[in-house]
Design a protein around this ligand. Structure first.
Ligand SMILES: [Zn+2]
Length: 234
């Protein structure tokens, strides 16, 4: 039997995966991919008065949100939220390497390098360190997603997000929005970019830039094509 293609999503906080690539995750899962997720922080640590029960509630929400797009949670690390810059990059990269070792993904999706949120930037660095192109690496592509709010709020002195890859999520936007319902504590009312209305609007804009009804957009960090490439199965 042909083994399943595997996609790994590495996100700083639970909700980033749904905001950044929830529609793509659902699309891949629907096409038979095994989609795994790794979170680097508990997602609530920096909030004033955050408690361990809040963290465990968030963990349950994350498991449900991941399931809503047909993926599975591989690992949730507990590195300090909004303070990943206090952790050596090597430690973050090693954690990702360990979490991904058995999964052996062909496709990796993670944060854009220049988001406003410091955790997003550090996770990007750690991911490209963990999946550096060694000869025996199974990874064929590393893609970077945008996170509505953090990607758009960065200083104008920093490089802007300039996507070159559009993935059609016309059929899976409902799954993305369903996943985001589990993160209601992070969602806001329009015109906030992290409102369901603006998430749909962004999908329509990204689609319109690619001749599609709705899309998620990605920067390409790295793509290898050799042998039997999985990229035709995206
Ligand atoms: Zn985040």
């Amino acid at each position: 039997m042909k083994s399943k293609l595997k996609a790994l999503v590495v996100a700083a906080h639970s909700d980033d995966e749904a905001l950044g690539c929830g529609g793509t995750m659902a699309r891949l899962a629907g096409q038979g991919w095994d989609v795994g997720v790794v979170f680097m922080t508990n997602g609530v640590g920096a909030r004033p008065g955050a408690t361990s029960s809040e963290a465990s509630k968030r963990h349950v929400a994350a498991e449900q949100a991941v399931k809503a797009v047909g993926a599975r949670l591989l690992q949730a690390f507990d590195f300090p939220d909004n303070a990943l810059d206090s952790v050596p990059l090597l430690k973050l990269a090693q954690a990702i390497e360990t979490a991904a070792a058995h999964f052996a993904p062909q496709l990796v999706l993670t944060h854009f390098a220049h988001d406003l949120n410091v955790d997003h930037r550090l996770v990007h660095q750690a991911v490209i360190t963990a999946f550096r192109p060694m000869p025996d690496s199974p990874v064929e592509a590393v893609l970077c997603f945008e996170v509505a709010s953090s990607t758009g709020w960065q200083s104008s002195a920093m490089p802007a997000f300039r996507p070159v890859l559009s993935i059609d999520i016309t059929g899976t936007l409902p799954a993305k929005l369903a996943a985001l319902q589990y993160y209601d504590v992070e969602m806001r009312s329009p015109p906030h970019p992290r409102s369901p209305e603006m998430i749909e609007a962004l999908a329509r804009v990204r689609g319109s830039q690619a001749g599609l009804a709705m899309a998620e957009a990605f920067e390409i960090q790295r793509v290898n094509v050799s042998g039997t490439s999985v990229l035709g199965n995206l």
